[in-house]
Write a protein that binds this ligand. Structure first.
Ligand SMILES: Cc1cc2nc3c(=O)[nH]c(=O)nc-3n(C[C@H](O)[C@H](O)[C@H](O)COP(=O)(O)O)c2cc1C
Ligand code: SF4
Ligand code: SF4
Length: 282
Protein backbone atom coordinates (compact mmCIF):
# COMPACT_ATOMS: atom_id res chain seq x y z
CA UNK A 1 0.00 0.00 0.00
CA UNK A 2 1.30 3.42 -0.97
CA UNK A 3 0.36 5.73 1.92
CA UNK A 4 1.35 9.14 0.66
CA UNK A 5 -0.43 12.24 1.88
CA UNK A 6 -3.51 13.14 -0.15
CA UNK A 7 -4.14 16.76 -1.03
CA UNK A 8 -7.76 17.34 -1.97
CA UNK A 9 -10.04 20.24 -2.78
CA UNK A 10 -13.84 20.41 -2.76
CA UNK A 11 -15.72 22.95 -4.89
CA UNK A 12 -19.33 23.33 -3.90
CA UNK A 13 -22.34 25.52 -4.52
CA UNK A 14 -24.96 25.91 -1.80
CA UNK A 15 -27.95 28.22 -1.66
CA UNK A 16 -27.52 30.91 1.04
CA UNK A 17 -30.97 30.21 2.52
CA UNK A 18 -30.41 26.54 3.38
CA UNK A 19 -26.68 25.68 3.00
CA UNK A 20 -27.32 21.90 3.00
CA UNK A 21 -24.59 21.09 0.46
CA UNK A 22 -22.16 23.30 2.40
CA UNK A 23 -22.69 21.19 5.53
CA UNK A 24 -22.24 17.94 3.63
CA UNK A 25 -19.07 19.33 1.96
CA UNK A 26 -17.64 20.34 5.35
CA UNK A 27 -18.21 16.85 6.71
CA UNK A 28 -16.69 15.12 3.68
CA UNK A 29 -13.69 17.42 4.22
CA UNK A 30 -13.37 16.24 7.86
CA UNK A 31 -13.16 12.65 6.56
CA UNK A 32 -10.65 13.66 3.90
CA UNK A 33 -8.42 15.30 6.52
CA UNK A 34 -8.03 12.07 8.51
CA UNK A 35 -4.41 11.08 9.23
CA UNK A 36 -3.01 14.49 8.35
CA UNK A 37 -4.31 14.49 4.82
CA UNK A 38 -5.29 17.90 3.51
CA UNK A 39 -8.58 19.20 2.16
CA UNK A 40 -9.42 22.71 1.02
CA UNK A 41 -13.02 23.89 0.66
CA UNK A 42 -13.93 26.35 -2.07
CA UNK A 43 -17.42 27.82 -2.20
CA UNK A 44 -18.74 28.83 -5.61
CA UNK A 45 -20.90 31.94 -5.36
CA UNK A 46 -21.42 33.94 -8.55
CA UNK A 47 -21.07 33.04 -12.21
CA UNK A 48 -18.40 35.47 -13.48
CA UNK A 49 -16.37 35.34 -10.28
CA UNK A 50 -16.47 31.51 -10.22
CA UNK A 51 -15.28 31.22 -13.81
CA UNK A 52 -12.31 33.48 -13.09
CA UNK A 53 -11.49 31.38 -10.03
CA UNK A 54 -11.85 28.02 -11.79
CA UNK A 55 -9.80 29.09 -14.78
CA UNK A 56 -6.88 30.33 -12.67
CA UNK A 57 -6.97 27.57 -10.04
CA UNK A 58 -3.82 25.46 -9.56
CA UNK A 59 -5.50 22.08 -10.06
CA UNK A 60 -2.14 20.33 -10.50
CA UNK A 61 -1.43 20.89 -6.77
CA UNK A 62 -4.29 18.53 -5.88
CA UNK A 63 -4.56 14.74 -6.12
CA UNK A 64 -8.31 14.60 -5.64
CA UNK A 65 -10.96 17.13 -6.72
CA UNK A 66 -14.55 17.04 -5.45
CA UNK A 67 -17.64 18.84 -6.75
CA UNK A 68 -20.86 19.23 -4.74
CA UNK A 69 -24.18 20.81 -5.72
CA UNK A 70 -27.83 21.04 -4.71
CA UNK A 71 -30.30 19.44 -7.11
CA UNK A 72 -32.43 21.93 -9.06
CA UNK A 73 -35.23 20.47 -11.14
CA UNK A 74 -33.50 17.04 -11.33
CA UNK A 75 -30.37 18.71 -12.75
CA UNK A 76 -27.29 20.41 -11.34
CA UNK A 77 -28.06 24.15 -11.04
CA UNK A 78 -27.63 25.30 -14.63
CA UNK A 79 -25.17 28.06 -13.79
CA UNK A 80 -22.83 25.48 -12.25
CA UNK A 81 -23.14 23.17 -15.24
CA UNK A 82 -22.16 26.05 -17.54
CA UNK A 83 -19.27 27.03 -15.23
CA UNK A 84 -17.85 23.50 -15.20
CA UNK A 85 -17.86 23.48 -19.00
CA UNK A 86 -15.32 26.30 -18.82
CA UNK A 87 -12.85 24.37 -16.65
CA UNK A 88 -9.37 23.69 -18.05
CA UNK A 89 -8.26 20.11 -18.67
CA UNK A 90 -8.10 18.01 -15.49
CA UNK A 91 -6.07 15.22 -17.08
CA UNK A 92 -4.21 13.09 -14.55
CA UNK A 93 -6.45 14.13 -11.63
CA UNK A 94 -9.00 12.02 -9.76
CA UNK A 95 -12.37 13.34 -8.72
CA UNK A 96 -15.60 12.68 -6.86
CA UNK A 97 -19.12 14.10 -6.98
CA UNK A 98 -21.99 14.60 -4.54
CA UNK A 99 -25.27 16.41 -4.24
CA UNK A 100 -28.08 17.09 -1.78
CA UNK A 101 -31.72 17.00 -2.81
CA UNK A 102 -35.27 17.01 -1.52
CA UNK A 103 -35.41 13.28 -2.29
CA UNK A 104 -35.17 12.94 -6.09
CA UNK A 105 -31.73 13.83 -7.44
CA UNK A 106 -32.76 12.97 -11.01
CA UNK A 107 -29.71 12.77 -13.25
CA UNK A 108 -27.68 15.45 -11.45
CA UNK A 109 -24.48 13.48 -10.92
CA UNK A 110 -24.68 11.81 -14.30
CA UNK A 111 -24.78 15.24 -15.93
CA UNK A 112 -21.83 16.61 -13.94
CA UNK A 113 -19.95 13.44 -14.69
CA UNK A 114 -20.46 13.95 -18.43
CA UNK A 115 -19.16 17.52 -18.26
CA UNK A 116 -16.11 16.54 -16.17
CA UNK A 117 -15.27 13.48 -18.22
CA UNK A 118 -14.92 15.82 -21.18
CA UNK A 119 -12.21 17.50 -19.04
CA UNK A 120 -10.51 14.10 -18.57
CA UNK A 121 -11.23 13.90 -14.84
CA UNK A 122 -11.15 10.29 -13.60
CA UNK A 123 -14.22 10.12 -11.33
CA UNK A 124 -13.68 7.53 -8.61
CA UNK A 125 -16.78 7.95 -6.46
CA UNK A 126 -19.99 9.84 -5.88
CA UNK A 127 -23.05 10.03 -3.69
CA UNK A 128 -26.53 11.39 -4.44
CA UNK A 129 -28.40 10.06 -1.42
CA UNK A 130 -28.11 12.96 1.06
CA UNK A 131 -31.23 15.02 1.55
CA UNK A 132 -31.52 18.70 2.44
CA UNK A 133 -34.31 21.02 3.54
CA UNK A 134 -36.18 22.18 0.44
CA UNK A 135 -37.66 25.70 0.52
CA UNK A 136 -38.83 25.94 -3.08
CA UNK A 137 -41.81 28.29 -3.44
CA UNK A 138 -43.80 25.48 -5.12
CA UNK A 139 -44.33 24.20 -1.60
CA UNK A 140 -45.83 27.48 -0.45
CA UNK A 141 -48.99 25.69 0.71
CA UNK A 142 -47.26 22.84 2.51
CA UNK A 143 -47.14 23.06 6.33
CA UNK A 144 -43.63 23.60 7.72
CA UNK A 145 -41.98 22.85 11.05
CA UNK A 146 -42.46 26.45 12.26
CA UNK A 147 -46.20 25.97 12.17
CA UNK A 148 -46.36 28.08 8.99
CA UNK A 149 -46.28 27.07 5.35
CA UNK A 150 -43.67 26.88 2.63
CA UNK A 151 -41.27 23.98 2.91
CA UNK A 152 -41.29 20.41 1.62
CA UNK A 153 -42.36 18.43 4.72
CA UNK A 154 -40.38 15.27 3.87
CA UNK A 155 -37.17 17.32 3.79
CA UNK A 156 -37.48 18.74 7.34
CA UNK A 157 -34.42 18.16 9.51
CA UNK A 158 -32.15 17.15 6.61
CA UNK A 159 -29.28 16.67 6.36
CA UNK A 160 -29.56 14.75 9.62
CA UNK A 161 -26.69 14.10 12.05
CA UNK A 162 -26.61 10.56 10.67
CA UNK A 163 -26.31 11.81 7.08
CA UNK A 164 -23.48 14.16 8.07
CA UNK A 165 -21.73 11.20 9.74
CA UNK A 166 -22.08 9.27 6.48
CA UNK A 167 -20.53 12.22 4.66
CA UNK A 168 -17.50 12.02 6.97
CA UNK A 169 -17.22 8.27 6.32
CA UNK A 170 -17.51 8.92 2.60
CA UNK A 171 -14.48 11.25 2.88
CA UNK A 172 -12.52 8.63 4.85
CA UNK A 173 -13.29 5.95 2.28
CA UNK A 174 -12.04 8.23 -0.48
CA UNK A 175 -8.67 8.37 1.30
CA UNK A 176 -8.64 4.55 1.52
CA UNK A 177 -9.39 4.33 -2.19
CA UNK A 178 -6.65 6.81 -3.05
CA UNK A 179 -4.16 4.85 -0.94
CA UNK A 180 -5.07 1.49 -2.40
CA UNK A 181 -2.61 0.02 -4.86
CA UNK A 182 -5.49 -1.35 -6.95
CA UNK A 183 -6.57 0.59 -10.03
CA UNK A 184 -9.66 2.59 -9.09
CA UNK A 185 -12.53 1.91 -11.43
CA UNK A 186 -14.96 4.65 -12.39
CA UNK A 187 -18.14 4.63 -10.34
CA UNK A 188 -21.21 3.91 -12.43
CA UNK A 189 -24.14 3.78 -10.05
CA UNK A 190 -25.63 7.13 -11.05
CA UNK A 191 -25.34 6.50 -14.77
CA UNK A 192 -29.06 6.26 -15.36
CA UNK A 193 -31.41 8.16 -17.55
CA UNK A 194 -34.01 10.02 -15.57
CA UNK A 195 -37.42 10.85 -17.10
CA UNK A 196 -38.03 13.81 -14.73
CA UNK A 197 -34.71 15.37 -15.74
CA UNK A 198 -35.67 15.09 -19.41
CA UNK A 199 -38.98 16.78 -18.75
CA UNK A 200 -37.55 19.77 -16.83
CA UNK A 201 -35.25 21.26 -19.45
CA UNK A 202 -33.41 24.60 -19.27
CA UNK A 203 -35.88 26.18 -21.72
CA UNK A 204 -38.80 24.46 -19.98
CA UNK A 205 -38.13 25.91 -16.53
CA UNK A 206 -37.83 29.44 -17.98
CA UNK A 207 -41.25 29.02 -19.57
CA UNK A 208 -43.11 27.19 -16.85
CA UNK A 209 -42.02 28.99 -13.69
CA UNK A 210 -43.43 32.42 -12.88
CA UNK A 211 -41.90 35.65 -14.16
CA UNK A 212 -40.48 38.18 -11.68
CA UNK A 213 -42.79 41.07 -10.94
CA UNK A 214 -41.30 44.03 -9.11
CA UNK A 215 -43.54 46.06 -6.84
CA UNK A 216 -41.90 49.50 -7.11
CA UNK A 217 -43.99 50.80 -4.22
CA UNK A 218 -42.16 48.36 -1.93
CA UNK A 219 -38.69 48.24 -3.51
CA UNK A 220 -36.07 50.42 -1.78
CA UNK A 221 -33.42 49.79 -4.49
CA UNK A 222 -31.18 48.24 -1.81
CA UNK A 223 -29.53 45.90 -4.36
CA UNK A 224 -29.59 42.76 -2.18
CA UNK A 225 -31.32 40.72 -4.88
CA UNK A 226 -28.62 41.57 -7.47
CA UNK A 227 -25.84 40.91 -4.98
CA UNK A 228 -27.02 37.41 -4.07
CA UNK A 229 -28.10 36.20 -7.53
CA UNK A 230 -25.65 33.41 -8.49
CA UNK A 231 -26.21 34.00 -12.22
CA UNK A 232 -25.64 37.80 -12.17
CA UNK A 233 -29.05 37.84 -13.82
CA UNK A 234 -30.30 41.00 -12.07
CA UNK A 235 -29.17 44.47 -13.15
CA UNK A 236 -29.89 47.58 -11.07
CA UNK A 237 -31.12 50.48 -13.20
CA UNK A 238 -31.47 51.55 -10.30
CA UNK A 239 -34.53 49.29 -9.85
CA UNK A 240 -33.75 45.58 -10.37
CA UNK A 241 -34.29 44.21 -13.85
CA UNK A 242 -34.06 40.51 -14.78
CA UNK A 243 -31.82 40.54 -17.82
CA UNK A 244 -31.25 36.88 -18.70
CA UNK A 245 -32.40 33.30 -18.31
CA UNK A 246 -31.51 31.92 -14.90
CA UNK A 247 -31.64 28.98 -12.46
CA UNK A 248 -35.14 29.90 -11.25
CA UNK A 249 -33.99 29.31 -7.68
CA UNK A 250 -36.13 32.24 -6.42
CA UNK A 251 -33.70 33.22 -3.66
CA UNK A 252 -33.97 36.79 -4.95
CA UNK A 253 -37.66 36.63 -4.06
CA UNK A 254 -37.10 34.83 -0.75
CA UNK A 255 -34.38 37.18 0.47
CA UNK A 256 -35.86 40.52 -0.58
CA UNK A 257 -36.30 42.30 2.77
CA UNK A 258 -39.33 44.24 1.46
CA UNK A 259 -41.14 41.34 -0.25
CA UNK A 260 -41.04 43.53 -3.34
CA UNK A 261 -40.50 40.65 -5.78
CA UNK A 262 -43.87 39.12 -6.42
CA UNK A 263 -44.01 35.79 -8.26
CA UNK A 264 -47.32 34.10 -8.81
CA UNK A 265 -46.94 30.39 -8.11
CA UNK A 266 -50.68 29.57 -8.37
CA UNK A 267 -50.31 27.22 -11.38
CA UNK A 268 -47.27 25.44 -9.92
CA UNK A 269 -48.97 24.94 -6.57
CA UNK A 270 -52.08 23.58 -8.28
CA UNK A 271 -49.91 21.19 -10.32
CA UNK A 272 -48.20 20.01 -7.15
CA UNK A 273 -51.45 19.51 -5.29
CA UNK A 274 -52.89 17.47 -8.17
CA UNK A 275 -49.72 15.40 -8.21
CA UNK A 276 -49.98 14.75 -4.46
CA UNK A 277 -53.68 13.83 -4.80
CA UNK A 278 -53.01 11.37 -7.63
CA UNK A 279 -50.11 9.86 -5.68
CA UNK A 280 -52.38 9.33 -2.65
CA UNK A 281 -55.04 7.68 -4.87
CA UNK A 282 -52.58 5.59 -6.84
C1 LIG B 1 -34.98 25.76 -7.40
C2 LIG B 1 -34.97 24.45 -6.66
C3 LIG B 1 -35.20 23.28 -7.36
C4 LIG B 1 -35.14 22.05 -6.69
N1 LIG B 1 -35.33 20.90 -7.41
C5 LIG B 1 -35.25 19.71 -6.78
C6 LIG B 1 -35.44 18.48 -7.49
O1 LIG B 1 -35.62 18.46 -8.70
N2 LIG B 1 -35.37 17.32 -6.79
C7 LIG B 1 -35.16 17.30 -5.46
O2 LIG B 1 -35.11 16.23 -4.86
N3 LIG B 1 -34.94 18.44 -4.75
C8 LIG B 1 -34.99 19.64 -5.37
N4 LIG B 1 -34.77 20.80 -4.68
C9 LIG B 1 -34.34 20.71 -3.27
C10 LIG B 1 -32.85 20.96 -3.11
O3 LIG B 1 -32.12 20.14 -3.99
C11 LIG B 1 -32.40 20.64 -1.68
O4 LIG B 1 -33.14 21.41 -0.78
C12 LIG B 1 -30.91 20.89 -1.54
O5 LIG B 1 -30.49 20.25 -0.37
C13 LIG B 1 -30.55 22.35 -1.44
O6 LIG B 1 -29.17 22.43 -1.16
P1 LIG B 1 -28.45 23.76 -0.69
O7 LIG B 1 -29.01 24.13 0.64
O8 LIG B 1 -27.01 23.39 -0.59
O9 LIG B 1 -28.66 24.79 -1.74
C14 LIG B 1 -34.87 22.03 -5.30
C15 LIG B 1 -34.69 23.22 -4.60
C16 LIG B 1 -34.73 24.42 -5.27
C17 LIG B 1 -34.50 25.69 -4.50
S1 SF4 C 1 -33.86 43.17 -2.62
FE1 SF4 C 1 -35.96 43.85 -2.81
S2 SF4 C 1 -35.97 45.94 -2.09
FE2 SF4 C 1 -33.84 45.40 -2.49
S3 SF4 C 1 -33.51 46.08 -4.65
FE3 SF4 C 1 -34.12 43.94 -4.71
S4 SF4 C 1 -36.34 44.00 -5.01
FE4 SF4 C 1 -35.71 46.03 -4.30
S1 SF4 D 1 -32.62 35.92 -10.79
FE1 SF4 D 1 -33.43 35.16 -8.87
S2 SF4 D 1 -34.24 33.14 -9.44
FE2 SF4 D 1 -32.86 33.74 -11.07
S3 SF4 D 1 -30.90 32.81 -10.50
FE3 SF4 D 1 -30.93 34.92 -9.75
S4 SF4 D 1 -31.61 34.69 -7.63
FE4 SF4 D 1 -32.14 32.78 -8.68
Amino acid sequence: MNKSRINSVIFYYSQIVTENTKRVAENIAIGLRRNNNKCKLVRLTKFDQDIELLQSFAFDHYDLIGFGVPVYYFHPPYHIKFELKKLPSLKGRKGFLFCTSGGNPGSTLQQIKMVLKAKDLHIIDGCDKWKGLDVHQMYANQPNSNGGVGWLPSSFGHPTTEELGEARKFGEKLIDKMNSSKRIAEKKFWARDNPSAKMWSWEGIQEWFPKFHLNKQKCTKCGICAKICPWDAIKLTPYPEWIKKCDRCYICELKCPENAIECDFTDQIEYLENLMRSKKKG
